[in-house]
Design a protein around this ligand. Structure first.
Ligand code: C2O
Ligand code: CU
Ligand code: CU
Length: 458
């Protein structure tokens, strides 16, 4: 693959960034996990979990290299803990119950404080009562801005996720035994920012940074853009250092749960025209998930004006001296029942890593899948011996795919890799942050029925 050549440096472009959502006052924002209601379909759905009584979890904004403080209060009767997906922050702030903190009971507060080392598109979700709280709404996007304005006219965040609702708009059970043992249980109301096919106005002829995040508990989205010119500029938060072709109708982009893709979009030169983010859902024609509509006088910008995004400070693994560790994702040995701690269990196990199913949310009695030495390079060989796809996610460390028995893997820095059916893939990393880092499938029904473990760096 060629070095990036699609974002050529040119004249400095300035423009006010229109940022929706919440900003951080003095780097601090208090968040309260609480019950909510919202019209996800034609009627108002109750029993939602969010951070305000009547709105989706806000986009949280931070800046690369600047401290953020996010005190999280639990106003639910159930336990919880908040995780910041993809952020390389100290282990104690990672929000994984028993592994990095105790679950938070009703009325309790945990003061999350960290300085994001990387810019990009990240997200947040609970890691205790994960199935219930995520399926009922609590998944939000986190944007870490580059210190220097990369020159867009505007920005649009799209949080893609499904809800499982009946005709009256009430929640259906979030999981099923059948789903948990296979590809997961799918929602039937497809939303972007909790809305069905919302239309967002952006400057005619302007350059929009479109951040798409899959926060669904199950669905692997097949995405493409229709109606305009665009480029992929970042993948799973990190700026691309190689060219990745734009997806098309026949060659859609596979974005698994937990994954993100950033586009630089050139808005149409005429007012009132739209660009659509399209998804292919099984058994349905392509469907618009959200649209960008050109509005106002033409800004007459060009994609060529954008400079490349600065790369994040990710250490490059020393492959010649990297030790190899094997991980097998597959079935659960019979008779190993999950325990049911404060963080919820589905009541059964179907999955395991290296034949060890995670016994519920508590780490008690289960050691690390591997112990890595601080500062050293490693190759992790991931073997999927199941007929299902698994978005495999590692906390706290960034990794880069090396090779696969099935396909050419572009070396894009990530925290979540979609492992295909029967795939054996090798990924490489530098173990450069100490702690116990959760390692699991991001199909939540798999995560909660055994496909979870952790890797220790010391
Ligand atoms: Cu997105 Cu362990 O999480
Ligand atoms: Cu994570
Ligand atoms: Cu899985």
């Amino acid at each position: 693959m060629k070095r990036r050549e699609f974002l050529l440096a040119s004249g400095a472009a300035t423009g006010a960034l229109t940022l929706g959502g919440f900003g951080l006052a003095n780097g601090t924002q208090e968040l309260t996990i609480q019950p909510a209601s919202f019209a996800l379909s034609d009627t108002v759905t109750t029993g939602i979990v969010s951070l305000s009584p009547d709105a989706p979890p806000p986009v949280l904004y931070g800046k690369q290299g600047e401290a953020m403080r996010l005190p999280v209060r639990n106003a639910l009767p159930d336990y919880t803990a908040m995780h910041w997906h993809g952020l390389r922050i100290p282990n104690g702030m990672d929000g994984v119950p028993y592994l990095t903190q105790m679950p938070m009971g009703q009325g309790e507060l945990f003061d999350y404080e960290f300085t994001p080392p990387d810019a990009g598109t990240y997200w947040y979700h609970p890691h205790c009562m994960t199935m219930e709280q995520m399926a009922h709404g609590l998944t939000g996007v986190m944007v870490i801005a580059e210190p220097e304005n990369p020159g867009f006219d505007s920005e649009q965040v799209i949080n893609l996720r499904d809800f499982r609702l009946d005709e009256e708009g009430a929640f259906l059970p979030a999981y099923t035994q059948r789903g948990a043992a296979r590809a997961g249980t799918f929602g039937n109301v497809h939303t972007a920012n909790w809305l069905q096919n919302p239309v967002y106005d952006h400057p005619t002829g302007g350059l929009v940074r479109l951040r798409v995040v899959n926060t669904d508990t199950t669905r692997i989205y097949k995405l493409h853009l229709e109606g305009g010119n665009a480029r992929i500029i970042a993948w799973d938060g990190h700026p691309l250092e190689i060219e990745v072709p734009m997806p098309s109708t026949d060659d859609a982009l596979l974005v698994g749960p937990g994954q993100r893709v950033d586009f630089a979009v050139s808005m149409p030169a005429d007012e009132g025209k739209t660009i659509s983010l399209m998804a292919k859902l099984p058994g349905q024609p392509h469907k618009a998930m959200a649209q960008l509509r050109s509005n106002g006088a033409s800004a007459a910008r060009d994609l060529q004006e954008l400079r490349p995004l600065p790369v994040n400070p990710i250490a490059k693994p020393d492959l010649a001296n990297a030790e190899v560790h094997d991980f097998v994702f597959g079935w659960t040995p019979e008779g190993i029942e999950p325990n049911n701690g404060f963080c919820g269990s589905l009541g059964y196990n179907f999955w395991s890593i290296n034949r060890t199913p995670w016994p519920g949310d508590a780490a008690q009695g289960v050691g690390p899948l591997a112990t890595l030495e601080m500062g050293k390079s490693y190759i992790l060989r991931l073997r999927n011996e199941s007929p299902n796809l698994h978005p495999i996610h590692l906390h706290g460390l960034a990794f880069v795919p090396l090779r696969s028995n099935l396909r050419q893997l572009p070396p894009l820095v990530t925290d979540t890799m979609l492992l295909l059916k029967d795939e054996v893939a090798e990924i490489a990393l530098v173990a450069d942050s100490p702690g116990d880092w959760a390692f699991h499938c991001h199909v939540i029904e798999h995560q909660k029925t055994g496909l979870t473990g952790f890797i220790r760096v010391e």
